[in-house]
Design a protein around this ligand. Structure first.
Ligand code: ATP
Ligand code: MG
Length: 346
């Protein structure tokens, strides 16, 4: 019987790998998607130039990380064109004014179906829908951290062929289970991808390295990735980004042959049974588990939703930012139930 059970299990995992690859393929955008996004980006750039001549629109989010599914939105941020000014402060009032100006230009162009300016939001944005392509687009101001963290995600996704399918499947699962909506207390797509990367860094033997830990001779570590945000804070955003070289070097490490199906099972087992929600914090910056105590996230504070820190994920650059902080108690309980149910099903 033991042999028979093992056979059933092997067949099951093999089938799961095939099914997951089929889901991955079905989520891929059509062949002309990239060109369509570039064309929209260029049209928006031309429109924005009339009100912000010294600024350039940069893409971030899933268009950059390579994790865009069919119909995913286009995330853009307005940045000073001259890199020397990239870290210069743009006060929030000016961001709000720009948002209103850009929204007006977009509306007047007649090319956009829906234009909404949100100048008073924590992150001021213009949300719009392009009439020609039907693509939705959010334009925010000076979000350099998002540009850099999207590039960090892209590098991780290029390092192992299993990373992208796994991230697509987890994102897809989270959307289907309604646990992918920070506005309603569940992790964002970005947070789910950080969990996937962290799992691949901490599985044994590791499948992904820790890019923020690798020293590059080409770029001196000390000042390479220093970013100053408009509010005057500084962030160390250095990470090793020579993917080609790293892939060659990784060949010499002990290989982890896990299939996509095994990794999916392992990912859900991690968050259904193994992860210590009470004490631990995931951190792709270190490729390890940190403690809430060390991050000072174990104290109840009267802050945003009580700042409960119920499922802690450290942002790779903004280290005081817990991506799980959007969750309140019912949301965290619901999420853990969904994770456990998924893990039992396997
Ligand atoms: P989708 O394909 O579902 O739109 P996405 O990869 O674009 O997914 P989002 O969660 O929409 O992911 O986030 C877009 C980008 O915004 C992320 O790649 C990241 O750069 C940035 N971002 C989102 N949420 C946060 C956050 N809480 N902290 C820092 N950056 C964030
Ligand atoms: Mg997006």
């Amino acid at each position: 019987t033991r042999f028979a059970n093992r056979k059933i299990r092997t067949d099951f995992v093999e089938q799961l790998t095939l099914d997951a690859m089929a889901v991955y393929s079905s989520l891929q955008p059509p062949a002309d998607d990239h060109a369509m996004r570039q064309a929209l980006h260029e049209r928006l750039q031309t429109l924005v130039a009339s009100v912000a001549p010294n600024a350039t629109l940069l893409q971030f989010g899933s268009s950059v990380s390579g994790l865009a599914s069919k119909g995913a939105d286009l995330d853009l941020t307005l940045m000073p064109t001259d890199p020397k000014h990239q870290n210069e402060a743009l006060p929030i009032e000016e961001q709000a004014q720009l948002v209103e100006l850009i929204a007006k230009v977009m509306e007047d162009s007649g090319q956009m179906a829906e234009v909404h300016a949100r100048p008073k939001a924590r992150v001021p944005i213009v949300a719009l829908k392009d009439s020609i392509t039907g693509l939705k687009c959010d334009i925010c101001m000076c979000n350099q951290l998002a540009v850099l963290n999207s590039r960090l995600l892209r590098c991780y996704m290029q390092l192992d062929p299993r990373a992208k399918p796994l991230a697509f499947c987890v994102k897809h699962w989270a959307k289907r289970r309604s646990v992918n909506d920070p506005y309603h207390g569940s992790p964002s797509s970005y947070a789910w991808v950080l969990l996937v990367i962290h799992y691949l860094q901490t599985t044994s033997p590791p499948i992904l390295p820790v890019l923020q830990d690798l020293f590059s001779h080409a770029v001196p570590y000390a000042d390479a990735g220093l970013v100053r945000t408009p509010d005057g804070r500084e962030f160390d955003c250095y990470f090793y980004d020579d993917v080609e070289r790293l892939r060659a070097a990784m060949g010499a490490l002990p290989a982890n042959p896990a299939s996509l199906g095994q990794l999916l099972i392992g990912f859900f087992r991690r968050y259904a049974r193994e992860f210590d929600f009470v004490k631990s914090v995931t951190s792709i910056r270190t490729g390890a588990f940190l403690t809430k105590h060390a991050k000072n996230w174990d104290k109840k504070e009267a802050g945003f939703r009580g700042d409960r820190h119920l499922f802690c994920m450290e942002d790779p650059f903004e280290l005081t930012h817990d991506l799980g902080r959007v969750m309140d108690l019912p949301a965290a309980a619901w999420l853990r139930t969904a994770l456990k149910a998924q893990s039992r099903r396997k």
